[in-house]
Design a protein around this ligand. Structure first.
Ligand SMILES: O=c1ccn([C@H]2C[C@H](O)[C@@H](COP(=O)(O)OP(=O)(O)OP(=O)(O)O)O2)c(=O)[nH]1
Length: 149
């Protein structure tokens, strides 16, 4: 299934390619780093990395900013707030909060693929406040109450 996604390259991303699916059935669009001179992510540090992109999702959809597993497996670099949520009414620059959980510094150059973005449908809840919730056999037990394994 496809939907229309309006993408706008901002001034800081004018020369970068638009995100593209890397294979026919890929779920994620790679996001590129729109850093000027590169960025060094020291072990344990984080950075808000610009992508040079803004977008308009159709109503009823969100975009999720997710880590690339290669960066996580090889360098310990991941998305701190994964999955980051891009709301359908957000028109600002998409940014990626990267954190280096590895033990060596990680260099990010302009145009590097730093994360991926997955489009997903959204259900909004209609809130109804009640005094008594409908009962279930599980009840209020949680937080490991069904056993350790
Ligand atoms: O990884 C992310 C997460 C969010 N955003 C943008 C799009 C999103 O629509 C907006 C707000 O995100 P969120 O609701 O997660 O942030 P908040 O901390 O609750 O701030 P706000 O008060 O702006 O909602 O920031 C990004 O660019 N990257």
């Amino acid at each position: 299934m496809t939907i229309k996604l309006e993408l706008k390259r901002l001034d800081n991303g004018r020369d970068l390619p638009l995100p593209a699916y890397q294979s026919d059935l890929a779920a994620g669009l790679d996001l590129l780093a729109a850093v000027d001179d590169g960025l060094t992510l020291q072990p344990g540090s984080r950075a808000l990395v610009p992508t040079g992109l803004a977008m308009a999702l159709p109503a009823g959809y969100e975009a999720q900013v997710r880590p690339r597993s290669g960066l996580a497996a090889k360098h310990g670099v991941t998305v701190l707030n994964t999955p980051g949520t891009i709301d359908a009414d957000y028109r600002g620059e998409v940014k990626v909060i990267l954190i280096n959980l590895g033990d060596t510094a990680f260099e990010i150059s302009r145009g590097d693929r730093i994360a991926q973005m997955v489009i997903a449908p959204v259900l909004q809840a209609e809130i109804e406040e009640v005094e008594i919730l409908s009962e279930t056999s599980r009840g209020t037990g949680g937080f490991g109450s069904t056993g350790q394994r």
